[in-house]
Design a protein. Structure first.
Length: 482
């Protein structure tokens, strides 16, 4: 079997399938490389089963594989004429032994029967009406044959048939033709009348269930909020793809840039707050995006392509728009809302920056973290600052695939040391507060709490517990408790 490209730069070219199997994907080590949008690194594989039949197997791709517009679940059989859809690429299976059009390899389709006339009672008139008739037939009066009559058999109506032609002797116990026709008409009228009466009874029984004065109330549609935001750029072998998706309040982020060894995936454990989703809904509604129509992709090609896509759905509203460089002002406003409301909120804006800018920011954060950590002996309050900058640097280094930049290990080890030091201070401070409390030196216990509060971040759980302890100890210092 062969594979034919139905679109793209290789349109019309074919490739013979290897008995050992053929892999399809974006990476260069695939048998069929498709460096385009919607194609995973190792997307699918075509192989033979034990019986020698060809089949295609999806390798856990992100966007799936279709055979004749049907999604592949596990594996699907392939025959000559099957059309495979992977991303934007269409491939047709062609029989290796067929010549010309690949559709010729498919099994021949039966020709449709000519449109038939409505079925009517008919008699068959033989070519020679003077031929002998059955013994038990009545005498036949020979009909004159027109000069232009065809020699082939002719289908005629009962009125044209000579009396008694190919007709057995009448059974005197049966009704005549006119009586039989009359009985059939009466029977049909009885059936129709019974059907009308039955329908009337059914409608009468069903009428009280739905008041005729008011239409049935419309059921309110309350679908959950769904958001899909995609940016993709393909320039030759350089591929950049960023996807942010929210479904059932769960947010998932994917970044894939193989050329610069940047890969990132995160499924956020905490659901997106309802207040944030409500704000997104209202802001998107205010732009008029939900009434926006699909805009065609402009200025794209196989070697240089960029596009963005935003899909939003909630309640009974849905809109899916995919654009290239030529976009509408409404689309731009919704993209800005996503950047300011989600990417900035979750510190994801860094993913869309250039590689040089990311490395520059990472080195700056690492430098600030190292300086703060070196001064914690004299200024312990610098410890949270060191931890925060170590985390910011690591977040940027983690965007790069292995081998990661050399500074990544420095940031990782520095963060571990800073967090260990912070835990050491917490345990030592907790011990001191308990000791001062047992000795009834409440003023020293309060002073130790103040020292710890200056070190730990105000939004941390440790800070909250220390503050509660301080309030309880201060009650002991009140005049009534002395």
């Amino acid at each position: 079997m062969k594979i034919m490209y139905l679109n793209g730069a290789l349109t019309g070219q074919t490739m013979e399938l290897s008995p050992a199997g053929v892999t399809i994907g974006r990476e260069s080590d695939n048998t069929i490389q498709l460096p385009m949008g919607g194609v995973s690194r190792y997307h699918a594989k075509i192989e033979r089963d034990a019986a020698g039949n060809w089949l295609i197997r999806d390798l856990g791709s992100t966007n799936g594989t279709l055979v004749d517009d049907v999604p592949v679940i596990g594996a699907s059989p392939l025959v000559a004429g099957s059309v495979i859809s992977i991303g934007d690429q269409l491939l047709r299976c062609v029989d290796s032994n067929a010549a010309g059009n690949p559709a010729q390899s498919a099994a021949p389709q039966p020709q449709p029967a000519p449109s038939a006339q409505p079925r009517q009672p008919f008699f068959f008139r033989p070519q020679n009406t003077t031929s002998s008739v059955p013994v038990d037939s009545e005498p036949v009066r020979e009909q004159p044959k027109p000069a232009s009559a065809p020699s082939a058999p002719t289908i005629v109506s009962p009125a044209e048939v000579p009396h008694g032609l190919f007709k057995k002797k009448q059974d005197r116990s049966r009704p005549s033709g006119s009586k039989k026709f009359l009985s059939n008409v009466i029977f049909a009228l009885i059936v129709i009348l019974a059907a009308v009466i039955g329908l009337g009874l059914f409608l009468k029984l069903e009428a009280p269930r739905t008041p005729s004065s008011q239409p049935p109330p419309k059921k309110k549609v309350d679908n959950p909020f769904v958001l899909y935001y995609e940016k993709e750029s393909v320039e030759g072998t350089k591929v950049f793809r960023f996807v942010l998706q929210i479904e059932n309040a769960q947010m998932e982020v994917t970044l894939d840039e193989p050329q610069n060894k940047r890969r990132y995936y995160e499924l956020f454990k905490e659901p997106v707050p309802d207040t944030l989703i409500a704000r997104l809904k209202q802001q998107i509604l205010d732009t008029g995006f939900m009434e926006l129509q699909q805009e065609k992709i402009a200025g794209t090609s196989q070697d240089n392509r960029q596009h963005r896509r935003i899909m939003v759905g909630f309640d009974n509203k849905f809109c899916d728009v995919k654009v290239s460089n030529d976009v509408s002002e409404t689309f731009n406003r919704v993209e800005t809302i996503i950047n300011e409301t989600l990417l900035d909120e979750y510190d994801l804006g860094v993913i869309s920056q250039s590689v040089d800018r990311i490395l520059e920011d990472a080195r700056t954060f690492l430098f600030v973290a190292e300086e703060a950590f070196r001064g914690i002996d004299t200024t312990p309050s610098n410890l949270p600052k060191a931890i925060t900058n170590y985390k910011l640097a690591l977040r940027r280094y983690q965007l790069f695939d292995d081998p990661k930049p050399t500074e990544w290990k420095t940031a990782r080890d520095g963060l571990a040391k800073a967090e260990a030091k912070l835990e050491e201070i917490r345990l030592e401070g907790q011990k001191n507060v308990r000791l001062f409390y047992e000795l009834r030196e409440y003023d020293k216990a309060v002073a130790e709490c103040n020292r710890l509060l200056a070190i730990f971040p105000s939004d941390s759980e440790t800070y909250r517990k220390i503050r509660e302890t301080k309030i309880n100890i201060e009650k002991k210092l009140s005049p009534g408790n002395k």
